[in-house]
Ligand binder design. Structure first.
Ligand SMILES: [Zn+2]
Length: 328
């Protein structure tokens, strides 16, 4: 559920039964919302093995409030630097969206400083949007910085990735779209995230992209997602894991594809929902070249360095043999 997780909200929905990934072997996936900074190398390896070839990491909050601007600066730098490099070492193309998250918009003194440094990051290589931005508690401060960042999106020509609130989701989603329109944004450049059955129709009817987060216990389970795909098809719909530091699943996209396949959704629709639509939406940034995903997996060299550092800790060999139980 990312960004604004509080455990009181967790509903006791059962986990979906395990889905075999056999049916989707050879398919490629693009996860357009995953916070890899919070994940381990094992997750990268598992994602690569399951067919994830590219991902987008939106800027979000850390689970506790930042206390100074340098913390934002270092975080944004890592999204375009170290994390991007780390991902490449597992053969996954890493993109990010840069923005001030809704929660921390409520610290206005700090938010002002963040607005000043955002332009230093949004034009960097691999930045495919302004995000994730929008509403959490729907406060006046959140609205102020949401509007300012929509203006930054217009100025930079970048797509917008909208985080919709958990509380009053329907009202908050509608309000997010109303404001984007008011600022003159083209709905085709706006990806509205964390949709559910209540919001999807209006989002699609108004011409926005509808993203769905498959996240255990909260948001959407992938069985519900299958039903949405059956009802609404594949146009302007995408799924993501929003995996972060909470109980989440970085394989949510391939698992959902596998379940869709079992439930009879066509390969063409699955490809659109779990891969192609993300490219179409975010390539409007001018930063995505699909050819990069094909080449990146052939050039993995885990002894490569980023500013003098590798992902290997003292004396480690590149790649771990996952099939062996011996750790040497
Ligand atoms: Zn998120």
């Amino acid at each position: 559920m990312c960004c604004t997780h509080s455990f009181e909200e967790v509903k006791n929905e059962p986990l979906s039964p395990a889905v075999s990934l056999d049916g989707i072997k050879g398919m490629k996936f693009f996860d357009p919302h995953v916070h890899m900074t919070s994940r381990t190398t094992d997750d990268y390896q598992a994602m690569a093995d399951a067919g994830v070839v590219a991902l987008i990491e939106p800027a979000f909050w850390l689970g506790q409030p930042r206390t100074g601007i340098d913390s934002f600066r270092d975080y944004y730098s890592s999204l375009i630097g170290w994390e991007r490099f780390r991902s490449s070492q597992f053969g996954i193309k890493h993109y990010c969206t840069i923005g001030l998250n809704s929660r921390e918009a409520n610290n206005e003194a700090l938010a002002e400083q963040v607005m000043e440094i955002l332009p230093l990051f949004v034009y960097k290589e691999g930045v495919v949007g302004i995000g994730e931005i929008g509403f959490d508690d729907q406060t006046a401060a959140e609205e102020k910085y949401y509007r300012l960042q929509l203006e930054l999106a217009k100025e930079s020509g970048l797509p917008v990735q909208i985080h919709t609130p958990h509380r009053d989701k329907k009202g908050g989603t509608k309000r997010s779209m109303d404001i984007a329109i008011e600022h003159g944004l083209d709905p085709y450049k706006v990806i509205v995230d964390h949709n559910n059955e209540e919001t999807v129709k209006e989002v699609l009817d108004r011409g926005f992209w509808a993203a769905f987060t498959i996240y255990p216990f909260t948001k959407m389970g992938n069985e519900r997602m299958v039903e949405i795909a059956k009802q609404y098809g594949s146009e302007r719909i995408m799924v993501n894991s929003a995996a972060d530091w909470g109980i989440s699943d970085p394989l949510a996209v391939p698992k959902t594809a596998a379940l869709m396949k079992i439930r009879g959704i066509s390969d063409a629709d699955i490809e659109l929902i779990t891969y192609r639509n993300t490219i179409t939406a975010f390539a409007q940034s001018g930063q995505i070249d699909e050819a990069d995903f094909a080449s990146v997996s052939n050039t993995i060299d885990q002894s490569q360095k980023f500013e003098g550092n590798t992902i290997l800790r003292g004396g480690q060999q590149p790649r771990v043999d996952k099939s062996s139980i011996i750790i040497s």
